[in-house]
Ligand binder design. Structure first.
Ligand SMILES: Cc1cc2nc3c(=O)[nH]c(=O)nc-3n(C[C@H](O)[C@H](O)[C@H](O)COP(=O)(O)OP(=O)(O)OC[C@H]3O[C@@H](n4cnc5c(N)ncnc54)[C@H](O)[C@@H]3O)c2cc1C
Length: 499
């Protein structure tokens, strides 16, 4: 067997073909696809580093999942578990080939309205879970911006966060129990759908955020909470980032807990405004702006709760948000709220005016370091000449710092690589985290040693070796520094969220 560059020894193409023939015999309900189109879809995620798998396997039963893992483990074939492929780090790119185990069809959702639980298949889409919960008056709060596409299996594997994290927490806070399989093919249950459970080691929490490297999730029980009765949305504009971020501190100091507090910097807003200017649609925006006018920084804020709570908080929130603002809008109904939200939802795509390629980082810094970090991104912009538009979840210090460049310009690629390195080093220096919600995957693997000591990484590797002795599950990720700049990219592929 050939030795892979850094991982364990994997099967030869002949051995893999023989194992696939063996697997086909065990499959009666599921599907094994080896066609070019299916393999291309499964070859990449939003990071666009692409590597074709041998086969895409869509199991229909637990027995078929077990068969895939048993055969793969014995023959030493890499297996990459896939949800919607919306990861941004290459986490789901089958970089060592082998088989992709696709759970998008496992999308059943059952709400237990008495216990306040959602029992879901790994492929259930985040927004569908909340929609089903909502019909019974319950609420599933974790809401990554990819909620219309991403699956709960992927959300759990990445411990996805979202816009409401500062008030409601992240995916981990809502996982009650998991069912799935060890990489060696044995079924396991981590926890049960019970209000209390402390039996044995808590391997449920070890699987959460393990990026599909320690086990395969087939089902989950999620905690729901009562749905807030009312919400109200505000949008405020500030002359610069400093004024906006000082306002964030004042809001938090006043012990107001926003359900959402999104920050948008001037570079991002400028892209958004120029896009509308070009399209002649500045007049359709929910605020007045003249052509060529300088872009402000913005805060988009929501508060929610019961009607009386929301009513009570409106005045102090208006005073806090409006204190340093150039202007402040409050949505009076759902349509007006949607018009304010549209700015945040569409500003990311508007950045492509500044380059055909976007690096989207998801760093976290202590709240007092938000402004120093923002200032540093502007220094990086000056040094490298590449735009660094930034928006993010300001109440939890989680910023999406972007670097925009043209992929075909070799000099810009070099500068983009340098920009990310500078930003990662600064984040760690400020006491922050190199990732707050997307995970490590391939893209952040070169920076793992910035964040963790040798002993910490060695401990993580020992856990990986103990649970996955043949290293078949999602190999090549996290621990092996990956140079994504040298890899082929599938830049032509359009994802459902590319619009
Ligand atoms: C437009 C856009 C906005 C985004 N916004 C956010 C955001 O606000 N917050 C955020 O946290 N993320 C965000 N993301 C990133 C991404 O959507 C999340 O990481 C999401 O959780 C991935 O889910 P998925 O189903 O697409 O998983 P995939 O991309 O298919 O897989 C991601 C990882 O999970 C593993 N995995 C998937 N299913 C399973 C399973 N059943 N068992 C074990 N491992 C599994 C994979 O092996 C891989 O390592 C965004 C992405 C896009 C494209």
């Amino acid at each position: 067997m050939p030795k892979s560059p850094t991982g364990p020894e994997f099967a030869t193409p002949r051995q893999r073909a023989a194992a696939l023939r063996q697997l086909r015999k065990a499959f009666t309900a599921g599907v094994i696809e080896t066609g070019d189109e299916a393999r291309r879809v499964a070859s990449l995620d939003t990071c666009r580093v692409a590597h074709l798998p041998d086969a895409v396997i869509r199991p229909a039963t637990d027995a078929e999942v077990a068969a895939v893992l048993r055969v793969a483990n014995k023959a030493r074939i890499p297996v990459t578990t896939r949800g919607a492929g919306s990861a941004t780090t290459g986490a789901v790119t089958p970089i060592r080939g082998g088989w992709v185990l696709d759970f998008s069809g496992w999308n059943d959702i059952r709400i237990d309205a008495v216990s306040g639980y959602a029992h879901v298949g790994a492929g259930a889409v985040n927004a569908k879970i909340d929609e089903a919960a909502g019909k019974a008056g319950w609420f599933y709060p974790p809401d990554p911006s990819s909620k219309g596409y991403s699956t709960i299996g992927g959300n759990i594997a990445c411990n996805a966060g979202g816009l409401r994290a500062a008030k409601y927490g992240v995916t981990r806070d809502y996982v009650v129990a998991l069912e799935g399989f060890l990489p060696t093919g044995e079924p396991v249950k981590w926890g049960l759908p019970l209000k209390k459970y402390v039996s044995g080691y808590n391997l449920r929490d070890l699987w959460i955020g393990s990026e599909g490297m320690l086990g395969v999730i087939t089902r989950a029980t999620l905690k729901l909470i009562p749905r807030p009765e009312a919400r109200t949305t505000f949008l405020a504009a500030y002359k610069d980032e400093a004024a906006a971020l000082r306002t964030v501190r004042e809001i938090l100091k006043a012990r107001v807990v926003p359900s959402i507090l999104e920050f948008i910097d001037r570079q991002t807003l400028d892209c958004f405004l120029r896009k509308h200017e070009k399209a002649g649609t500045l007049g359709s925006l929910p605020f007045s702006v003249k052509p060529g006018e300088a872009a402000p920084a913005m805060l988009l804020m929501e508060i929610d709760g019961d009607k009386a709570q929301v009513r009570r908080q409106q005045k102090p929130v208006r005073e806090l948000l409006g204190g340093k603002a150039l202007w402040l809008r409050q949505a009076r109904d759902e349509a007006a709220a949607e018009a304010l939200w549209k700015i945040r939802r569409t500003c990311s795509q508007a950045m492509f005016q500044m380059g055909d390629t976007k690096l989207n980082e998801d760093i976290v810094v202590p709240l007092e370091s938000q402004l120093p970090l923002l200032k540093y991104t502007l220094e990086v912009k000056k040094k490298t000449g590449l735009a660094t538009p930034t928006f993010g979840h300001a109440a939890d210090g989680n910023f999406h710092v972007h670097v925009m460049f043209d992929w075909d310009e070799a000099a810009q690629r070099e500068q983009a690589k340098a920009s990310i390195e500078l930003i990662m080093r600064k984040v760690v220096e400020l006491g922050g985290a190199i990732t707050g919600e997307h995970g490590i995957g391939l893209a952040k693997s070169p920076f793992l040693t910035l964040q963790h000591t040798e002993a910490e990484i060695a401990a993580m590797k020992r856990i990986k070796d103990a649970l996955d002795p043949n290293g078949i599950l999602n190999p090549g990720k996290m621990f092996e520094p990956f140079d994504m700049w040298l890899q082929p990219r599938d830049r032509a592929w359009r994802f459902p969220w590319d619009h």
